[in-house]
Write a protein that binds this ligand. Structure first.
Ligand code: SAM
Ligand code: SF4
Length: 338
């Protein structure tokens, strides 16, 4: 048998990729029901199955000890988890002591309440998901969301000194006509902007993901019809690619998770609110971290389980729209945290 790794050796997967980025879903619950993400009557996990915030803190701490430098808190909607600010506060203590960045992805509904506290916890940049600037369309796509509340939240974040990146899911027949208005609004407000290709996640009760699929290649071509785009060399280890719009100086991101062009530099893993570690967004393989976490107050077994999981991280993912089937990945984005 091989000697166990020393506890401080960084996490490197079999394809020599250092794992430095953890996305952690702190809840599967949400105050919205976006049509591409959740069914209207979602069956959420029984609360007893969720890790406590203390358990999540310990798990994230173990990853930071193993070389994770960036932590993104997501969900479900992370800001609806009760006492979530205590989690941010604990994690913020690792900033500058292992952790370089603490951030979150949010629907913005609770930001007006929490922006100042997030800033106090060292959060400098956040992603806010916003697919439309039209209040009626917003209510339709999120089912339960209200646009003015999110706009208030975005303003509060900006006022607190937090940089906002707007994430827009590109949806055929829904926000195609808002491409330029969204671009203008972000330019005026000083927000970065990223477009996401819709992914075939979860069984959403008969709604066909393919009907909503608007390829970013088409979106990009429309931008090129009006502006000069320059590809930027910037890489984040994920599926995002960036361009600069020469006429406005804006940086625009494109996230095309269905392509394979980013797997070779993948630096991330995802932790669910029940303590399952997914090594790849597009694969079902996962490792249970809850059992070793609860088995001992010492992190030794937990660390070994994390290392064994990273040793199974696959080379790439497995989405394929060409099969013409939606929902190949049966879990929801709200479970693995997008
Ligand atoms: N509730 C938070 C939010 O909406 O930002 C965080 C969790 S949400 C699951 C994370 C991201 O996943 C959001 O930007 C959302 O738009 C995106 N998302 C959800 N379902 C998706 C799908 N089927 N395809 C592409 N992106 C999706
Ligand atoms: Fe909630 Fe985010 Fe999913 Fe919308 S995308 S339902 S806000 S978790």
């Amino acid at each position: 048998m091989n000697a166990p790794f020393p506890p401080t050796a960084p996490l490197i997967d079999p394809f020599a990729r250092p794992i430095t980025y953890l996305r952690v879903s702190v809840t599967d619950r949400c105050d919205f029901r976006c049509t591409y993400c959740m069914a209207e009557h979602m069956q959420f996990l029984p609360k007893v199955e969720l890790l406590t915030l203390e358990e999540l803190e310990r798990l994230c701490g173990a990853f930071i000890d193993l070389g994770v430098r960036k932590l993104r808190v997501t969900g479900g909607e992370p800001l609806v988890r009760r006492n979530i600010m205590s989690f941010f506060k604990v994690m913020s203590e690792r900033l500058g002591s292992g952790l370089d960045e603490l951030t979150l992805t949010t629907n913005g509904s609770q930001l007006a309440r929490f922006a100042d506290q997030l800033a106090d916890c060292g959060v400098r940049r956040i992603n806010v998901s916003l697919d439309t600037l039209d209040a009626d369309k917003f209510a339709a796509i999120t089912r339960w969301g209200r646009l003015p509340q999110v706009m208030d939240g975005i303003r509060a974040a900006k006022a607190a000194g937090i940089r906002v990146k707007i994430n827009v899911v590109a949806l055929k027949g829904f926000n195609e006509d808002e491409l330029f208005p969204l671009l203008d609004w972000c330019a005026r407000e000083g927000h970065d902007l990223t477009f996401i290709e819709v992914m075939p996640m979860g069984d959403l009760g008969g709604e066909d993901r393919l009907d909503q699929y608007w390829p970013l290649s088409d979106l990009r071509a429309r931008l090129e019809g009006r502006f000069t785009l320059t590809d930027l060399p910037e890489r984040t280890g994920g599926p995002a690619r960036y361009v600069r719009i020469e006429e406005t100086g804006q940086k625009i991101g494109f996230i095309t998770p269905l392509t394979h062009n980013f797997c070779e530099s993948c630096n991330r893993v995802r932790l669910t609110c029940t303590g399952e570690l997914y090594m790849c967004l597009g694969q079902e393989d996962r490792a249970d971290l809850r059992a070793p976490l609860r088995a001992s107050a010492d992190d030794g077994a937990l660390r070994q389980t994390i290392r064994a999981a990273i040793a199974r991280k696959p080379k790439g993912h497995d989405f394929d729209y060409s099969r013409g089937v939606s929902g190949q990945i049966s879990r929801h984005m709200s479970h693995t945290g997008g």
